[in-house]
Design a protein around this ligand. Structure first.
Ligand code: ADP
Length: 334
């Protein structure tokens, strides 16, 4: 739906040893020591402890199921979890992305990042187990809000965006580039009266190492409509390319889950953005929030805010809204 293929020359020969757990000379890691350290940290789940039940959702490649995991922290009651599967027949790149997601998630611990539980390998079948996010994905949630237009408060939408920015700030500080930030990849859980958003789907994420950038060399399907010019032109990814995608995510939130650049093909979007074209202000978005979006889409990546600044700006906009005496609800036509 949102993907296009870019030029390729990345070797994927190492994938079979990746899955088998042997030592790997992976082009995706900054050092073999780092890869080996990470791999030994991944929690492995015995398959008999896992019961896979109903389908929760289909991704671009695999499927995600509701599952029950026995014996967590010696509890007698099994823990509900999400189980991500891969189709039996899939490309090496897909397998690699899947495994990278496990590797990456196992390193990340933050309240706004989907929690990794473990990986279960049996023969050629590999399952990725994460915490269950009972509210589904952010895009579907936003689309449901369209039926309740008069009840939507700017504040609530901003709080969702602050959650994502908080998760992204943690990624930025830990040298992790997500590369696929979009509402479809953020998941919701209900905590008391508050809906918490967490960043998920780390299949495309990479560690930057000391250089702070990741240069993409491989063939892969890439989310063009969420990508900055330097990412789709030169294949260079930094935390500031994530900032661009975050700007598009803000646009998705305030357009209540619309697909960006409607009616435009990926090629047309690349031409449009390269020549300075940008997404228009969504109807229910304030000037200040649109200003923040456009800052995220600065041509020069150095001029884009980092996630700390984004979070600060959103927090101050949200507090300003709190203090305002005007109606906190957005007046949008039904
Ligand atoms: P892919 O990486 O192949 O695109 P996703 O990770 O996006 O797959 O998952 C596809 C769908 O499965 C999501 O849109 C969501 O509805 C559901 N899903 C994914 N992870 C979870 C989770 N941890 N808890 C609940 N539902 C999930």
């Amino acid at each position: 739906l949102f993907c296009a293929s870019l030029r390729s020359d990345e070797s994927l020969d190492t994938m079979s040893s990746f899955i088998g757990g042997n030592s790997v000379n992976s082009p995706l890691y900054t050092s073999i020591e780092e890869y080996e350290k990470v791999q030994s940290d991944i929690h492995s789940i015995a398959r008999h402890k896992l019961t896979v039940q109903r389908l929760l959702g289909k991704g671009a490649f695999g499927e995600v199921y509701y599952g029950l995991l026995a014996d967590v922290a010696h509890s007698e009651v099994p823990t509900p979890v999400a189980v991500k599967t891969l189709p039996t027949l899939c490309s090496d790149q897909t397998k690699l992305d899947f495994f990278m997601e496990a590797v990456m998630l196992s390193k990340l611990k933050h309240p706004n990042i989907v929690k990794f539980i473990g990986i279960s390998i049996e023969g050629s079948s590999i399952l990725l187990v994460t915490e269950l996010m009972d509210g589904g994905d952010l895009r579907s949630y936003l689309r449901c809000l369209r039926t309740k237009l008069n009840d939507i408060a700017t504040k609530e939408l901003i709080l969702l965006c602050i959650d994502v920015a908080t998760g992204c700030q943690y990624l930025e500080e830990h040298g992790c580039i997500h590369r696929d930030l979009a509402t479809r990849n953020c998941l919701l859980s209900e905590k008391g009266s508050r809906t918490i958003v967490k960043v998920g789907d780390f299949g495309m994420s990479r560690l930057t190492g000391r250089t702070n950038y990741y240069r993409k060399k491989g063939t892969a399907l890439v989310p063009v409509k969420w990508m900055s010019p330097e990412a789709f032109i030169d294949g260079v990814f930094t935390s500031k390319t994530d900032v661009w995608s975050y700007g598009v995510l803000l646009w998705e939130v305030f357009s209540l889950g619309h697909v960006p650049y409607p009616g435009k093909s990926n090629e047309e979007v690349m031409q449009f953005v390269k020549h300075g074209g940008r997404l228009p202000k969504p109807e229910i978005c304030t000037e200040k929030i649109y200003q923040l979006m456009t800052n995220c889409w600065a041509d020069d990546s150095r001029l884009r805010p980092n996630f700390t600044t984004i979070k600060e700006k959103l927090t101050s906009i949200e507090q300003c809204d709190n203090n305002s005496t005007s109606n906190p609800y957005l007046s949008v036509p039904c």
